[in-house]
Design a protein around this ligand. Structure first.
Ligand SMILES: O=C(CO)[C@@H](O)[C@H](O)COP(=O)(O)O
Length: 252
């Protein structure tokens, strides 16, 4: 059976002038996690915020009491140098550090052994490092990246090198409010068939009109920004997303 629904509203669509209150309110409205989009203006053509802001909003939301429980800060690191920021985000209150496969591979290939050796990494090494710092590890892929690249880490015999979640982007990362790319769902389906227990997150264009397709494919961690923060009834939308995933749980 697929894991249960985890609803993670993306605070990119929240009112930034009222971020702390928006975060605590969203958890009260039924969200499990908060999806925190970190963008560096290099890996993606947009900028958001860094550790000081995460630390401030952390003080408005209780930490999860276990593993990936309620209140988890799911930090989606759309940054070119994912290893560089692990410790800072841990200190700021991040619980799940989800880096992009493309960024880890590029930084690994681009750096010579002499230069920045402390930042040189590979997806497996980075997952191990994130775990060593006491966070859950996620690995994300952009639409142009095949799901098969994730098999290498997911099949690792060493638990410390296996991710706790994968994120299949259903838009090009960078901005909220984009159109859902159903073309990405075969990746979700392939991952779900191969890894029945895996937390598979989808992000981009999710809402009442697209959740059924994503849930049918096997996604269980649902990021929704504009659909939640732009709703008249955010609690109703969160409940609808959860129900769509959980009613399919036994069928996958
Ligand atoms: O990572 C991203 C965008 O890069 C997302 O988390 C979006 O913020 C989701 O927004 P909606 O598509 O749900 O409005």
């Amino acid at each position: 059976m697929a894991p249960k629904a985890i609803i993670a509203p993306s605070i990119l669509s929240a009112d930034f002038a009222d971020l702390g209150a928006a975060c605590s309110r969203t958890i009260e409205q039924g969200a499990d996690w908060l999806h925190v989009d970190i963008m560096d203006g290099h890996f993606v053509p947009n900028l958001t915020f860094g550790p000081p802001v995460v630390a401030k909003i952390r003080s408005h939301v209780d930490r999860p009491t276990e593993g990936h429980g309620k209140g988890t800060f799911d930090c989606h690191m759309m940054i070119a140098e994912p290893k560089k920021w692990v410790k800072e985000f841990k200190a700021a209150g991040c619980d799940l550090y989800c880096f992009h496969y493309e960024a880890a591979v590029n930084s690994s290939a681009a750096e010579s052994p002499e230069a920045h050796s402390d930042l040189k990494t590979s997806p497996r090494e980075l997952i191990r490092y994130i775990h060593q710092q006491g966070m859950l590890a996620g690995i994300a892929i952009k639409p142009a990246t095949k799901a098969e690249v994730l098999y290498e880490v997911l099949d690792s015999a060493d638990e410390a090198e296996r991710p706790d979640m994968v994120l299949v982007m259903t838009v090009e990362p960078g901005f909220g409010g984009q159109k859902f790319m159903a073309s990405e769902l075969p990746k979700v389906q392939a991952l779900r068939e191969r890894y029945p227990e895996l937390n598979i997150e989808v992000d981009g264009g999710l809402g009442p009109g697209t959740i059924d397709q994503a849930a049918d494919a096997g996604a269980n961690v649902i990021v929704a920004g504009s659909a939640v923060f732009g709703a008249q009834d955010p609690a109703g939308v969160i409940a609808l997303l959860r129900e769509a995933v959980d009613k399919r749980g036994g069928k996958l």
